[in-house]
Each structure stands twice: as structure tokens, then as C-alpha cells.
Design a protein around this ligand. Structure first.
Ligand code: 6R9
Length: 656
């Protein structure tokens, strides 16, 4: 099992059609219906989205203009007033959904909670009021650093309710990474917990916050709101730190949702790019609400009785769009799980499916490959008959893993929805609609209605079928990122200038390579830039390099990805040392630990190779392409004539 290579997926010819029974009851029932939606959207994109926005969402005030497109800056539903927390909660309280389960939560130690829409609304209003009491106002940024507990979702919705953009920092990030992000966002308050459970251990969170903001390192932060989860001792700074349960006890559960401008910022989410500094991806309110709502409804064929479970972490875009906002906006029941498969219970996910009768299950290829390795006896020992749709996201899925998922988890009964999208796109861009679009293992199939995508060369010319090229999007869509927080120039450079506008048409450059087959199906090959995808987590190689060179022993570092059976890719770092140091196992260990401290465990290099020099071009650029081949144990192909000193390469080859 390896990453899908061009060769392996070029051979992939299997097709799976939705059953007649499934298609009959689906939101979108046939390929013709899908094509009609696409044609309608193509003929009048603004009319298409406006009609859905009117039908599917509640607006306090209608917009004056559907789209204001000043490339590359888009505004959707200009002048409209809306609140996503209202759309996710209040409007359902007027219907029987008031007492429907909104959030089903399962904790790792076996505790659990179910919150109905009424109960969730109550808690969100209380937290919103507490935030206000602590001085948070509309427009202030709030940092969220949480385990997977209901309060993480409550925190998002509470911020949205009062118009305070949130910035969630994944709980696995280190204090250092947390600090950088809080600083960039100038967060006024941080919501965290004492800790969370992961693989039978407590992951401390509050101590990381203490470290990140110690000595006034993040001057904007005035208060920290702490949820009690694990009950371990934590330091509480008087006047700064507050227990959520203390403040919740005395606060009103009445808090009207703020009427936000459709284009008001909803959140910032940091993601890795090609420089050392993570980008703050900015999403706004109205378009994001509409797009996450529609994509979940059609791509996962949401029905009123579904029990929907996405296994992502709220710290990533998948958690934002498809654990919290998309499902709740639709009035669905969304499941949230704190834990992860672990030695003491490798089948815990299947227990959750069985216990709650999960009907839609959405996870990542890296998880599927881990399930395969753990053995099919785990899922086979559980009743998975409630499942009707399976989803995947985060990286290309190899056809073998797709087939295993289809057979062992889906019992050949569940359409597989492979969704290609990004933090930047806000919602699914390429995805099957399970009642309408036949699937092919390894392909994210076709664009969502209203999305115009293509595969082009660097001049923006469409490439021929089955030729590799760059994946681009041609027309603005409602949930596209609006800018890089505080750096509109970087937004333009990163996404709109690699490929110049073609005949006045701006092309969004996704950073992924892809090909289109003769049926127009997309096969995404992975990143074409300096981003590695480790277990579905995006890591910038530059970010890891800067972490390494911040260690006193390191003179220079070059980080590349290498194919890995389980993780998809693993991080390999080539390191040259300062004069007085020499490479040793102990130093390798220390450097790995250093990266963990600087960024977090997800960025720990799998391998560190000490070398006397790095291969460089005459102009001094590190030739990562060569290092990638070396790390992956492949022959060095392509041009090496620009190498400044060939002996460096020969030496590296000898050593590997
Ligand atoms: C949602 C999410 C985005 C990058 C993206 C691509 C890869 C995501 C994929 C996929 C192939 C899929 N990716 N889904 N590649 N098939 N179905 O993962 O967002 O963390 O921003 O990562 O992930 O390389 O560019 P994000």
C-alpha cells in the first residue's frame, strides 16, 4: 500500500453506481439532475446561489448584491445581515427539532453527553454572555485551544453569536505555535481546558496556554476561560484565568444573536504554506454559512433521521465546516468523539458507530490505512449495519484503501464520498453526490454544482485528458477564503499569481496537482508546492526548517516528504551542523524533540539525516527535488546541471 501513483490510478477502471433504492430517496437523484444543477449554476451563478441562500438560510436582512468580485477579492451577499449561530440553533427551536439531538458526544474514558438543540442553544448563549462579561466585543478575536469536548463546539458558536471571530488552534500544537498564532490574530481572550483525553493519557492544555502567554508575551490577551475536563491541577492566574463552570453558574441564558454583515469575519484558521510563517485564512459569514450547508446536504445526502459523524478535530477546517457549522445549520445530529483508536481499544470507533447507530461516517485515508493494519476483525465484531454513506478527506486515497473501506466498513452498500477541498475553500469542491454520481476508487469525481474547476498548465491553458497539471478554480464561490489575515498581498501572491489570469479570467491556484480522465473525473495527485501532508495534516517544509535552525547545533536544514505506508507522507530533514557539533543518535533525538516543542508532535520528523552540505543551485537555492528523490529511495531523475557542486549529491547518495 502506497500513495496513489500516476501509474496505479491510471489503471483504475472500476466504477460503482448508486443503487436505485439509494438514488430514489437521495437529495440529488440522478446524473441528469446533477448536470441540470451544474448547467443552471453555469448559466447564472449569482442567481443559483441567491436562490439557495433565500431557501436554505434565515437572513435578518436581505442582501443588495449577490457578488462583488474585484479579483482576487470577493464579497458575497453584500449588505445582507445574518448570524450563523442563529442559523445553527435558534431557527431550529421554532420547530420540532428543538428537542432533537444536536450534538452527541462520546468521551474517551467512556463518559458521554447528548445536547438537544434547545440545550445547545442554552449553553451557547451562556458562554456568549460570559465572553461579553469578560470584555469581548464584536470584532475582537478569540483564541480557542481545546480538546474534543462539547465546549469546543459551544465556544465556536458563542463567538459567532456575538460577532467575535474565533481562531482555533489545534490542541496538538505546542505553546510556541500557539503563541505565534495568538500574536498574529491579536486575540483578546483564550478559551481552553485543563486538558483532554487522548490514547488513555491526559494531554495538558492549560499549561501550554500559560507558557504561550507568560511574561505578557501576547499582550492582547486579557483573560483565559478554562473548561474543566480532566480535573488535574492547573495554575489559575488570579484576575486573568476563570473557570467556565464558575462563570456559567451565574449567567443568563438569554443572548440574542448579533446581526452580522454577511461579509463580517467569522473566523481565522491558520494553515501551512510555502513560507515559514503560517497563513491566517480568513472566512466570512454569509457565503461560508450557505456553502457549508449546501455541500453537506447534497454530498452527504443529509436526511432528517441521519446520525452524522465526522472524526476530524475541531482544530482543522473539517471540524469547523463539517462537525459544527454545516451539520447544525442543517438541523442534523452531529457526533463528536474525544478519543482515538488505541492499544486498549483499537475498535473504539466501531463501538461509537454501533452505540449511536451512526448513518454517515466521514474520516481520512490515513485513518483507513490504520484500520486496515489493525485488522478487519475489529469492525467485523461490531454491528455497522446503520451506516449508509462513507466519506473521506485530507489526502488522496489509494484505491486499495478505498476498496477496503467499501467492503469492510460499507459492506458494499455505502457510496464512498471522496471530498477534495482545503482550508482555503471552506467547503467541498470536488465530490460525488452519492445518489447521482458513480464513483471510481481514488477519484474525488466531479465539481460540486456551481464550482468551475479545471486542470491547466502554468500559463493557464487546459491540459489534455489524462495529462497531469495544476488544479484551479475558475469562478468565485461563496465560501472561498477572503484574504490572508493582515496580509492581502500574500493572498494575491499565493493563490492568484502562480498562474496569471487567462483572458481576464482569474484562476484560483490550489497548490495541488491533478489530472482529469475521459469522463471528466478528477484525480488529485497531491501538493505541488513545499507542503507535506502527514496523516492528512498540512505541514510547511519551511516551518519545520525554521524550527530546526532555531536549535543551536543546526546550520542549515532542508525538509522534504517521503512516501509512507500509513501516514501518506513522512517528514525527512537533511541537516548540516555548526562547526563544533557532530551528528549522533542523541542529537537526532534532541532535534526531533525540538521540532515537537516548536510546532507540535504532528511535525516530528520521521528521520533526520546529517550531511556536510546540501545540494544547491548556482544561485544558492536548495534543490529539494533531489532531496525528495533521495529520501524516497528513488533514482535522481531530471536535470541536475544547475547543481553547484555535484560531489555533494554523490556523497548524499553514498550515505543513503
Ligand atoms: C479539507 C482539508 C488541503 C489539502 C489539499 C490536498 C489535500 C484534501 C483531499 C486531498 C486528495 C482529497 N486533500 N482532501 N487530496 N483528495 N479528497 O484537508 O484541508 O488541511 O487545508 O488540506 O489536503 O492536498 O490541498 P487542508
Amino acid at each position: 500500500m502506497t500513495q496513489p501513483t500516476i501509474e496505479s490510478i491510471l489503471k483504475e477502471k472500476r466504477q460503482f453506481h448508486p443503487s436505485a433504492e439509494f438514488a430514489q430517496n437521495a437529495q440529488v437523484k440522478s446524473l441528469e439532475e446533477y448536470q441540470q444543477l451544474c448547467e443552471k449554476a453555469k448559466a447564472d451563478p449569482q442567481g443559483f446561489w441567491a436562490e439557495l441562500a433565500e431557501q436554505e438560510l434565515d437572513w435578518f436582512e436581505k442582501w443588495d448584491q449577490v457578488l462583488d468580485w474585484q479579483p482576487p477579492f470577493a464579497k458575497w451577499f453584500v449588505g445582507g445581515k445574518i448570524n450563523i449561530s442563529y442559523n445553527c440553533l435558534d431557527r431550529h427551536l421554532k420547530t420540532w427539532r428543538k428537542n432533537k439531538a444536536a450534538l452527541i458526544w462520546e468521551g474517551e474514558p467512556g463518559d458521554s453527553r447528548t445536547l438537544t438543540y434547545a440545550q445547545l442553544h442554552r449553553e451557547v448563549c451562556q458562554m456568549a454572555n460570559v465572553l461579553k462579561q469578560l470584555g469581548v466585543q464584536k470584532g475582537d478575536r478569540v483564541g480557542i485551544y481545546m480538546p474534543m469536548i462539547p465546549e469546543a463546539a459551544i465556544a465556536l458558536l458563542a463567538c459567532a453569536r456575538i460577532g467575535a471571530p474565533h481562531t482555533v488552534i489545534f490542541g496538538g500544537f505546542s505553546a510556541e505555535a500557539l503563541k505565534d498564532r495568538l500574536l498574529d490574530a491579536e486575540a483578546k481572550l483564550v478559551i481552553t481546558a485543563d486538558g483532554g483525553w487522548r490514547k488513555d493519557n491526559i494531554v495538558p492544555l492549560k499549561p501550554q496556554v500559560d507558557k504561550a502567554i507568560a511574561d505578557n508575551a501576547v499582550p492582547s490577551v486579557d483573560n483565559v476561560l478554562v473548561v474543566q475536563r480532566t480535573n488535574q491541577q492547573v495554575h489559575m492566574e488570579p484576575g486573568r484565568d476563570h473557570w467556565w463552570h464558575d462563570l456559567q453558574a451565574g449567567v443568563s441564558a438569554h443572548c440574542p444573536a448579533e446581526a452580522m454583515d454577511s461579509e463580517d469575519m467569522l473566523f481565522i484558521l491558520y494553515t501551512s504554506g510555502t513560507t515559514g510563517k503560517p497563513k491566517g485564512v480568513v472566512h466570512t459569514t454569509g457565503g461560508y454559512n450557505l456553502y457549508t450547508h449546501m455541500t453537506l446536504k447534497w454530498a452527504f445526502d443529509l436526511q432528517e433521521t441521519d446520525v452524522y459523524w465526522c472524526t476530524a478535530d475541531v482544530g482543522w477546517i473539517t471540524g469547523h465546516s463539517y462537525i459544527v457549522y454545516g451539520p447544525l445549520s442543517n438541523g442534523a445530529t452531529t457526533v463528536m468523539y474525544e478519543g482515538a483508536p488505541r492499544g486498549s481499544n483499537p475498535g473504539c470507533l466501531w463501538d461509537v458507530v454501533e452505540k449511536y447507530g451512526v448513518t454517515i461516517f466521514y474520516t481520512a485515508p490515513t485513518a483507513i490505512r490504520a484500520f486496515i493494519k489493525m485488522g478487519e476483525h475489529h469492525p467485523n465484531a461490531r454491528d455497522l449495519s446503520s451506516l449508509r454513506i462513507l466519506g473521506t478527506v485530507g489526502e488522496p486515497i489509494n484505491p486499495e484503501a478505498w476498496m477496503w473501506y467499501h467492503r469492510i466498513i460499507g459492506h458494499e452498500n455505502c457510496p464512498i464520498v471522496d471530498t477534495w477541498w482545503q482550508t482555503e475553500t471552506g467547503g467541498f469542491m470536488l465530490t460525488p453526490l452519492p445518489g447521482a454520481i458513480p464513483t471510481k476508487p481514488g477519484s474525488a469525481t466531479l465539481p460540486f454544482p456551481g464550482i468551475l474547476a479545471d486542470v491547466v498548465d502554468l500559463e493557464g491553458n487546459p491540459v489534455e485528458d489524462n495529462q497531469g497539471g495544476y488544479l484551479v478554480v475558475l469562478h468565485p464561490w461563496p465560501s472561498m477564503m477572503r484574504t490572508v489575515y493582515g496580509d492581502p498581498d500574500r493572498f494575491r501572491r499565493t493563490y492568484w499569481e502562480h498562474i496569471p489570469p487567462k483572458d481576464g479570467q482569474y484562476l484560483y491556484f490550489a497548490g495541488d496537482g491533478a489530472r482529469k480522465d475521459e469522463d471528466g473525473y478528477y484525480w488529485v495527485m497531491g501538493r505541488v508546492d513545499d507542503v507535506v501532508n502527514v496523516s492528512g495534516h498540512r505541514l510547511g517544509t519551511m516551518e519545520i526548517e525554521s524550527a530546526l535552525v532555531s536549535h543551536p547545533s543546526v546550520a542549515e536544514a532542508a525538509v522534504v516528504g517521503k512516501p509512507d505506508e500509513l501516514k501518506g507522507e513522512d517528514v525527512v530533514a537533511f541537516v548540516t551542523l555548526e562547526g563544533t557539533y557532530s551528528g549522533s543518535e542523541a542529537l537526532e533525538k534532541e532535534l526531533k524533540q525540538h521540532v515537537v516543542a516548536e510546532i507540535g508532535a504532528i511535525a516530528r520528523p520521521g528521520e533526520i539525516r546529517f550531511t556536510d552540505a546540501l545540494p544547491k543551485t548556482r544561485s544558492g537555492k536548495i534543490m529539494r527535488r533531489l532531496l525528495r528523490s533521495l529520501a524516497g529511495g528513488q533514482e535522481i531523475a531530471g536535470d541536475t546541471s544547475t547543481l553547484e557542486d555535484r560531489s555533494v549529491l554523490d556523497k548524499l547518495r553514498e550515505d543513503s
